[in-house]
Write a protein that binds this ligand. Structure first.
Ligand code: UDP
Ligand code: MG
Length: 162
């Protein structure tokens, strides 16, 4: 039988979150990280990078037919981008809620884009849109050894598991 802690570990999800060049340049790194941190999600990987255009095209491959694709990839690859992996129960779906709608004009106040961005082309943050995309994006941006496994002291207080 699985121990309670193992069940808890099995429920843990990971998502890929990136602060785009506009968010980095506007000095919003700490503000954005703190929203994920205060919620109770756990940071398991982080790096500041300037992706190549080819890398940006890979990341946004689903959007290659869209008219904004080229400009979007140019923008992402202008860097710097703060790439992160966050872990927690429901982090993929809830991460998207913290971020808000794609178009900041439609993002609710209280969300990252709702509070901190105005136009869709400069919406400051990326978050994986589902569990499968999350796995692909974590693998694209990070090597396995860059993901840090650790027990956070706060976990038993966040999840109520001893
Ligand atoms: N985007 C844009 N114009 C649009 C739609 C999207 O410039 O009309 C950009 C925007 O920066 C968005 C990114 O393309 O964050 C990826 O689009 P997606 O639909 O995947 O939105 P997201 O998942 O980021 O909310
Ligand atoms: Mg998307």
């Amino acid at each position: 039988m699985l121990q309670q802690q193992e069940v808890h570990a099995a429920e843990m999800e990971r998502t890929f979150i990136a602060i785009k060049p506009d968010g980095v340049q506007r000095g919003l790194i700490a503000e954005i990280i703190s929203r994920f941190e205060r919620k109770g999600f756990k940071l398991v990987a982080i790096k500041l990078i300037k992706p190549s255009k080819e890398f940006a095209q890979k990341h946004y491959h689903d959007l290659k037919e869209r008219p904004f694709f080229n400009g979007l990839c140019d923008f992402l690859s202008s860097g710097p981008v703060l790439a992160m992996v966050w872990e927690g129960e429901g982090v993929v779906t809830y991460g998207r809620k913290l971020i808000g709608a794609t178009d900041p004009q439609k993002s609710e106040p209280g969300t990252i884009r709702g509070d901190l961005a105005v136009v869709v082309g400069r919406n400051i943050i990326h978050g994986s849109d589902g569990p499968e995309t999350a796995k692909d994006e974590v693998n694209l941006w990070f090597k396995p050894e860059e993901l840090v496994s650790y027990t956070s002291n706060a976990e038993k207080w966040i999840y109520g598991v001893n």
